[in-house]
Each structure stands twice: as C-alpha cells, then as structure tokens.
Design a protein around this ligand. Structure first.
Ligand code: FUL
Length: 412
C-alpha cells in the first residue's frame, strides 16, 4: 500500500472514548434544591437533602439506553461539593443528607462500575463560594487539592470536564492541573481547557456542524466568550468534539414544573443524527430531582431514545470493510434501505475528505448521497430506497482510505 498519510492520529484512549459515542451528563447539586441554574455560592448546605438518592438508578438508566459513560458535576459554579472535600466545609459533609456521612461521588462511581459504564467528573474552575477565588495563587492551590482528591479517590475516571463558563478572562495554572490529570488518570479525556484531548462543539444544543473534523487548533471557551479557549502548545492536533445538551430545554439542573421542556423523541433523534451521526460524541444531560432520582418522565424518554436508536440502527442488513477509494456492499436480496453508516479506521487518521455513495438497482448504479467528513462515524438517514448493492466512492482523501465499516440498514 502506498500510504502517504502524514496527518494527526488519535491516542489509544481517544480511540476508546470515540467508540463510546454516547454518555449521560448528570447535573446535580445545590441548584437542584434552590430552583436555579447558577447559584451564587451562599445557599446553606442544610438545604441539600436528597432523601431517596440512588445513583444506581442513574447509571442503570444510562446503560440501558445505550450510554457508555456518565459524567457527574462534583462541583458546579456555586462551589458546593458532592463529596466530603477536606479543602472546604461547603459540601455534603455539612448537609443533613446521611447525617453528613454521605458521598455522592463515591455512590456514583460505584454505581457506574457495577453497571459497567465509564465514569467521569466535572469540577467547575469558577467557584462563587470559595473566598480564595479572589486570590489566584491561593485558589490554584485549592483547586489542585480538590482535583487531586477526585483524581485519586474514586478509581478510574474516563473524562475530566473543565467548564469555561464564568472563567472568561481568568487564567488558571493549567500546566499544573494537566500534570495532575496525566499523573493520576492517564486514561482520562481532558475537556476543552488547558491541554484538552477532546473539545467542546461550541453550542449547548447537542449538535455538530457538518462536516466536523477530528482535528482543530481551537474551540470556543464558553457560551459567554467571543474568543476561543487558549490551549497549551502541547495540545494534540487530534481533538474530537463532544456535543452536550440537556434533555429539558436550557435546563441543566432539575426545576419543578418544567416537564413541558422535555425534548420529544423526534428532537432527540435529530440530536443523535447531528452528533453521533456527524462523528462526535453525544453527552446528554439528565437532572436528578430533589429526591435524588431521575424523574420518571425523563428516564422514560431516555429509554425511548435508546429503543429508537436500536430499532433504526440495531443490526445492519449488510456490512463490509476494506481499503481503497471504492468499496461495494452486496445485499442478499433487493432491500429497502433506511440508513447508511460509514466508519473510517481512525486509528490511522481521518483520511476521507469527500465521498459519494451509490446504490445499484436492476443492475444500474446511481448516486444516492455525498458528503465530506466520515471519521469515527457518519450516519446518513435516507428516504427508504430499494437497492441490491451499495457502493462507497471516496472522491478525495489524504493517503489511502481505510474503511472500518460500510453498513446498510433496512428501512423500518
Ligand atoms: C455551562 C454551565 O454554565 C452550565 O451551567 C452547564 O454546567 C453547562 C454544561 O456548561 O457552561
């Protein structure tokens, strides 16, 4: 093979992460009890009392819906810690929940392990409670100490989520923060700040543009910053995007009487096509309520999503793989096709720049769709069309195209 590809390639851990495709974000904390999205850090720890908290329900619902990881807000902007941090008393340890003996991070880590899904943590750099936030050096020490507790106390983490919101214009000690992550959790993805290994897609709608490439020099920092995040010079070129979105429109935390904001199944499927279907990961947020449980309605909608993805894209009618700029997939019999799925072997880079897909019917070929990026995955939903065979033609590539999978799904 005359392989001329010299572009970026993913790390082993990025490959594992991209294969996970879907995760559940869990926003839970002081805001849950105060009907707010951004607490100012002054709400009493006594308000935190999720009497029926069951992290197993969260992890079970995630796994059953086909989500392969879960990311919990260990500390949001209000500074309240879901674990008994030794760095502050603004935490579960000062709450009436389990008489101050509880640890939500521990329960969630254990639940994810039991369910066999990955576990990651969100630790807001912006902290509206901690008085040391005003003192850069002192806060860097505080933040690094909190992060160390999380990186060393809860087993393997697959992702650490650094949220840029509220930190516009603020500089943290990124080299030190990244060194801690690398030292204690070498397999963890780093989200969007410092020396990220994955990037924010740039909106909170859960959708990626198309084409969406796996390489990037920068990404937006937050919804509130015009400029992009400043990454350390050693940031890898391969930095795939993650699409985050709450299942209730614009609400990351639980609020009473907001069921009408729950996205319907069509909308969630559209998000799926425009995130996973554009080669990115989808991080869909569900919010436990004041009981500490995912509301039944939200959990049911999540399961509807999982079931619909399985219904449409469960088992391909035919599948093949191969190298080179043309690949044909023969179907056993003429079949009404509802989806095409293309995947590159990205372990050796993202090589396809432009492609077309054809179908053969009655012995005649005709072009059906065309596009640009494929990367980890490209899902093409189709108006059902009958075909005897499908052919992928790579029109432009860097180096030899390597097709991990070309799949055709029967229309359902
Ligand atoms: C944003 C935050 O401000 C929201 O509260 C939420 O955590 C979202 C995932 O990121 O930047």
């Amino acid at each position: 093979m005359n392989d001329t590809y010299t572009g970026a390639v993913p790390s082993k851990h990025q490959l594992i992460w991209q294969d996970m495709e879907m995760g559940m974000f869990v926003h839970f904390g002081m805001n849950t009890f105060c009907d707010q999205e951004w607490g100012e850090g002054g709400d009493s720890a006594l308000l935190f009392h999720p009497e029926q908290l069951d992290a197993r329900q969260w992890a079970r619902e995630a796994r059953q819906a086909g989500m392969n990881y879960l990311i919990l807000t260990a500390k949001h902007h209000d500074g309240f810690c879901l674990w008994p941090s030794a760095q502050t008393d603004y935490s579960v340890a000062s709450s009436p929940w389990k008489n101050g003996q509880g640890d939500v991070v521990r329960e969630c880590a254990d639940a994810c392990r039991e369910e066999g899904i990955g576990f990651g943590l969100y630790l807001s750099p912006w902290d509206r409670h901690e008085p040391r936030y005003a003192d850069k050096e002192a806060y860097d020490d505080f933040y690094c100490a909190q992060l160390t507790e999380l990186l060393t106390g809860y087993g393997d983490l697959m992702e650490v989520w650094f949220d840029g919101a509220g930190s516009e214009g603020r500089v943290y000690d990124w080299p030190r923060i990244i060194e801690l992550v690398r030292r204690h959790q070498p397999g963890a993805m780093v989200f969007n700040m410092g020396e990220p290994t994955i990037r924010w897609v740039g909106n909170e709608d859960g959708v990626a543009p198309y084409p969406c490439w796996n390489t990037a020099e920068s990404a937006p920092l937050s919804m509130f910053a015009a400029e992009s995040a400043t990454w350390l010079p050693s940031t890898p070129k391969w930095v795939p995007a993650e699409c985050d979105v709450p299942i209730r429109r614009h609400q990351w935390f639980w609020h009473p009487d907001s069921e009408d904001r729950l996205h319907d199944l069509d909308h969630l499927m559209d998000i799926y096509y425009r995130s996973v279907g554009h080669g990115c990961n989808l991080l869909l947020n569900l919010s436990p309520d004041r009981r500490g449980l995912l509301p039944e309605l939200d959990a049911a909608r999540l399961q509807e999503l999982g079931a619909e993805i399985r219904r449409r894209l469960g088992t391909p009618a035919a599948e093949t793989s191969g190298e080179g700029s043309e690949l044909t997939l023969e179907l056993d019999a003429p079949t009404a096709i509802g989806h095409l799925v293309l995947m590159e072997d990205i372990s050796r880079g993202e090589r396809i720049r432009e492609y077309a897909a054809d179908i053969r019917i009655g012995g005649e070929w005709r072009e059906l769709t065309s596009g640009f990026s494929v990367g980890h995955k490209r899902i093409e939903p189709l108006t059902p069309v009958t075909a005897e065979a499908v052919r992928l033609r790579v029109l432009k590539s860097e180096g030899e195209p390597l097709i991990r999978s070309l799949q055709a799904y029967a229309a359902v």
